[in-house]
Design a protein around this ligand. Sequence first.
Ligand code: SF4
Length: 324
Amino acid sequence: MNTIVEATDLARFYKVSRGLFSEPGTVRALAGASFQVKAGETLAVVGESGCGKSTLARLITMIESPTGGHLRIDGNDISGATEDQKKLLRQTVQIVFQNPYGSLNPRQKIGTILEEPLVINTDMPADARRAKALDMLARVGLRPEHYGRYPHMFSGGQRQRIAVARALMMDPKIIVLDEPVSALDVSIQAQVLNLLADLQDEFGLTYIFISHDLSVVRFVADHVMVMYLGRPVETASVEEIFSHPRHPYTKALLSATPVADPKRKRDNIKLEGELPSPFDPPTGCAFHPRCAYADARCKRETPAMSKAGASEVFCFGVEEGRID
Ligand code: SF4
């Protein structure tokens, strides 16, 4: 399978005002992320709020531009792309947001919402647009009569199905799913996850699945990238992350995840303290103020990527063999 998304040292910094008499500060929302996603696979990006995962979503969907590094999408380096090239590339990448209540215009009928991307980006005739919208409604499990209804007439799960249908209207290759089931009842989450899996098979889609919850990504991801304060800390296959987490932060996230098999033992690591501000990140390893394994080197130096089995880990403790 070919690589469809490739990020190299990708960064997004923001200048923020610190008051009238002070120099502006810099928020390092994404401080250097390198990863690859193969076509047809799902990369889950997991971490607490503020870890940089939503910034990454905005860069991949080209809502914002990186301030450093490179991002190649479907073979095109977006750093050097013209606005016209980006406009075409944006059709390749679509996004489904967390909140199905906020992401659909309440004054538009579902048919209008679905057809809008085609009206803006293509010269497809009205009857063909309508046929495509009806086809997409069927593929996400909705009925033809839903075409003429308004968003408030649907449940949360149905609205998220509509958001998925809208994302599919431009025949994208990549869909960024930004916490797509977090706002839904647990009973509905599995249905939407199953639908996403079916659509991925049907259309050969590549997913970037953003989540704060490792348990949600377990059954949908091929690979998982755990992020902390704007940087990846561990990347591995989903099996490896769940069977042999290595970075202390991954272990802590997993400790907060329910275990299906009660006989299975897992290190119980409680995550103490708050995520530090990306405005003023800790020196050295950004996780050191919350890490039980931190030593003097961790406070001084930033760990580089090292291989541990099949995982890529950024941790001196793992690199030095202090952490299994
Ligand atoms: Fe903990 Fe040090 Fe590893 Fe950071 S580098 S996670 S502080 S052991």
